[in-house]
Write a protein that binds this ligand. Sequence first.
Ligand SMILES: [Zn+2]
Length: 562
Amino acid sequence: MRLSQSFFPTLKEIPSDAQIPSHQLMMRAGLMRPLAAGIYSFLPLGFRVLQKIMNIIREEMNAIGGQEFHLPALNPIELWEETGRVKAFGDILFQIKNRPLVLAPTHEEIICHIAKNHIKSYKELPQIWYQIQTKFRNEPRPRSGVLRGRQFTMKDAYSLDYTWEGLDKSYALHEEAYKKIFTRCGLKFFIVGASSGAMGGSGSQEFLLESAEGGEDSAVVCDNCGYAANLEVAVSNAPRVERLPESKKREQLFTPNIKTIKQLSEFLRVETTRLAKSLVYNVAGKPTLILMCGTDQLNEAKLMRELGGEFRAYSDEELFDLTGADAGSIGPIGLKNFQIIADKRLEQSNELISGANKNDFHIAHIDLERDISVSKYADLRIVETGELCTHCGKELRIINAIELGHIFKLGTKYADAMHATVLNEEGKELPIIMGSYGIGVERIAACHIEQNHDVNGIIWDKALAPFLVHLISVNAENENVIVASNKLYEQLTSEKIEVIFDDRVGVSPGFKFKDADLLGMPLQLIVGDRNLKQGNVEIKIRKTGERTILPVEKAYDFIAKF
Ligand SMILES: [Zn+2]
């Protein structure tokens, strides 16, 4: 492609609304332009990248037996009502104003609908169905460029089985395919166990990419043994609070105006681990006190799993009515009709201090074994940086991460709601067991840029680069340069090497080099007057900056070898 005849609007300045490198560079390099909040037009260079990503995905999905579909983005709303997901998605689901239709954010309902109508026997299973298609989500605050947009391209795949072993197998196939896809796209990723959230189902894993600036998920990683988990489910080896040999008699302490654990620790001159923090929630109508150790933070996702359902906080008035005190002075002693759940770190501990359920008072020398009936000890805390790995004992790190893909064992949730069944050998109806597997296509491009850029621009990997070679005719007014670079362009293109050719006249060499670094093709083939006089051209490897001067006729071999 000749730049003189191409549409590639680059920007010198960073757009003011672009906060993270991938967003800035996708705009500056002219890969895309915004149309409205969270909606982008992909321009020719950007779309070439998306096509390369889609081809890699297609190859790996086909390799595990996936069959490609193209399902409608417009879905009848009643299918979504059957599974209760109009309500579950809420405002995220785009609804059409003048027809009972929605713009699909994912396609479990449609897949299940097709399976229900056309698959009758267990003999027709397993199936793996996928598509690469536009999805819609009404993000309340679109940001970070394509990482959180309202319209995006997704590869969504679905497995259909009639046994749980079959589901495990389909799931494992996708896990392997995903590893290959992300590796081929040149991404350094890791896999974490995650909670299934709004999708429902029995198990799920996320493929994440570390990104300090672009990350919207948090994950805990161990650099030593490779343990990685979503912060919602991560565990660590936080030590238990030691049980001291003697439990003293309980004592009430006057603690005027003390509201926080830190203030209390300073006021009483005791370690924060001896201070038991009390949180009160309404769990299915029952007041529940959660005891946490010192400054530990409650992990609400873990608590929700322990409780097996929703809970809510009380208002200040409700709290006072239930306990006789305000939030900073609540404790486990003397509460009536409460269930008490405590974090594992506090198991069997004594000599604790907690609120007295009387403002400005605390109680010392609490022994959980002697004084309180704890209905359950559970891991309820958020893991913090520097805590030790439960597998190898080395320090854990908390990182920001971007989600690249997510795989779910859905089970029979959708088949049950939509009555999608097959007949087994004995003629008995069995629900179809589903898995669902997603990858964001634009996300891969953005994540690749997050991991591969420098101050000058993008550094594309061969696999995703819009073009392999950026051919620059340094002085396009010079006859020798024109002839030589045209010849190279013809030669490389006829050998099916993808070349973008900066043949612009009247553009300074400095400007052309800047553009080449910004666009980030893996190789720059530089044809300049000075080298050409010796019969040479220069090749620069964008990633390393390494430059090689070699005879014109050797350029093709160098590039072909690369
Ligand atoms: Zn470890």
